[in-house]
Write a protein that binds this ligand. Structure first.
Ligand code: ADP
Length: 448
């Protein structure tokens, strides 16, 4: 097992990883930018190293500085968290060539699954359901038009190297497809240095269902069932839950098994997520694979009782999973609400600033992951998520009641947050019935 690891990340996820490492008896080294001097993750780690100024390119995304910090601190491994360098295969290679283990999958698996065209081709080969669309990259407008006429409009144009919704265009007819292809290719080239795009059928009403997978370096791959992340705003997840409230056991087994097939085909180990959209008939289509820990991993931990971060660390050190698929069960229901420092009155604009008062909720079934405390100043430089509130109860109805109660206890002022929105959603009839799709929250906000 490792004796010391560095966490190449910040905020709540750095805190989460420090906690897992400490319970495994591993020392922790935090890194921070000057904007994060007072962050909870810096205080909690055994050692903390400043790696640069606030812009991520000069700190959290700067691999030479992170590798230098790892060498100075003499760590055995680096956990990248999510975002920043977590899905950067080159960084994983650099770590390993410096004899520092990267706590994540192999660089090869990251490259293969991170390229959406290659990932889709692998999925088709292994009978994982994908959207109707181009078999691979589309070379130009004429080919795109041909595919679109075959599958029917609307279609979505996506960048093979895409992420964060960039390089995507919706097209309802030939004219918007022609201009969409050109602008998507230009955007993809500028954002990712790769202009490859492909097209697929656009689903108007869909739920986002994703499967947690976990593998070791001895060829074992299991799934930890699904999460439903249909409650989104601008493709950003707001509330996640496990299990999905509307799928039956047969569909669940099928989608989970297909995720495992894809992971095995890619030679995957560590934690990962296979994302799907589900249409109103209950059919699934592959969206993408995230080769890292997800923000919403705690809901899966709650229902399965498996600590995903500890599992990632053990697997990176060469350990075996230590359990089989049949030993993994879904117990009860878990919900996660992302608490963002955003102002709902100003179109959810980021709302950084001083937290003068912070009172965290507690009691049965409540978990909170945060790096914030009373007197902490949320810096304006990074993602606006400042805490995650996770609840776990025997039934979904009880989980919703616990979430409402815990949101009421959570006092955070004077900065504006998504807490009032979450309170409204917990009282919303459609959400309570589980009758939502990925555009539900946006439609609700438009009505207001
Ligand atoms: P990214 O990696 O850029 O986030 P994804 O492939 O995960 O791209 O897609 C992001 C979001 O775009 C999805 O969560 C979904 O809301 C929407 N989307 C993507 N593909 C489709 C599709 N074929 N039909 C409908 N919506 C889609």
């Amino acid at each position: 097992m490792f004796s010391r690891i560095l966490i190449a990340n910040r905020g709540e996820i750095a805190v989460r990883i420090i906690r897992a490492a400490r319970e495994l008896g591993i020392q922790t080294v935090a890194v921070y930018s000057t904007a994060d001097r007072d962050s909870g993750h810096v205080k909690l780690a055994d050692q903390a190293i400043c790696i640069g100024p606030p812009p991520a390119g000069e700190s959290y995304l700067n691999s030479p500085r992170i590798i230098s910090a790892a060498e100075v601190a003499n760590v055995d491994a680096i956990h990248p968290g999510y975002g920043f360098l977590a899905e950067n295969a080159h960084f994983a290679e650099v770590c390993r060539s410096c004899r520092i283990e990267f706590i994540g999958p192999s660089a090869e698996a990251m490259k293969l699954l991170g390229d959406k065209v290659q990932c889709k081709q692998l999925a088709i080969k292994h009978k994982v359901p994908t959207f109707p669309g181009s078999k691979g990259a589309v070379e130009g407008e004429e080919q795109a038009l041909k595919v679109a006429r075959q599958i029917g409009y609307p279609v979505i144009i996506k960048a093979s190297a895409g992420g964060g919704g960039r390089g995507m265009r919706l097209a309802h007819n030939d004219i918007s497809l022609r201009s969409g292809i050109r602008s998507a290719m230009a955007e993809a080239e500028a954002a990712f240095g790769n202009p490859t795009v492909y097209i697929e059928k656009y689903l108007e009403h869909a739920r986002h269902i994703e499967v947690q997978i976990l593998g070791d370096q001895h060829g074992n791959v299991v799934h930890l069932f699904e999460r439903d992340c249909s409650m989104q705003r601008r493709h950003q997840k707001l509330i996640e839950e496990s299990p999905c409230p509307v799928i039956d056991d047969d569909a669940r087994q099928e989608v989970c098994k297909s995720a495992v097939r894809l992971a095995k085909a890619a030679g995957y180990f560590s934690a990962g997520t296979v994302e799907f959209l589900m249409d109103k008939h209950g059919d699934f289509y592959l969206l993408e694979v995230n080769t890292r820990l997800q923000v919403e991993h705690p809901v899966t931990e709650a229902v399965t009782g498996i600590d995903l971060v500890k599992a990632q660390i053990r697997v990176a050190a060469g350990g075996k999973l230590g359990f089989t698929q049949s030993q993994i069960r879904q117990n009860g229901h878990a919900l996660e609400a992302r608490i963002n420092a955003e102002d709902p009155q100003r179109g959810f604009a980021p709302c950084p600033g001083l937290i003068e008062q912070l009172q965290l909720p507690g009691g049965p079934g409540v978990r909170i992951d945060t790096h914030c405390y009373t007197g902490y100043r949320v810096p304006p430089n990074y993602d606006s998520m400042i805490a995650k509130l996770i609840v776990h109860q025997p039934t979904r109805q009880e989980a919703i009641a616990t979430m409402s109660r815990a949101l009421g206890e959570l006092q955070l002022s004077p900065i504006k947050t998504t807490i009032p929105l979450h309170m409204d959603l917990m009282r919303n009839g459609s959400f309570i019935k589980g009758d939502v799709d990925i555009h539900f929250v946006e439609r609700l906000l438009e009505k207001k």
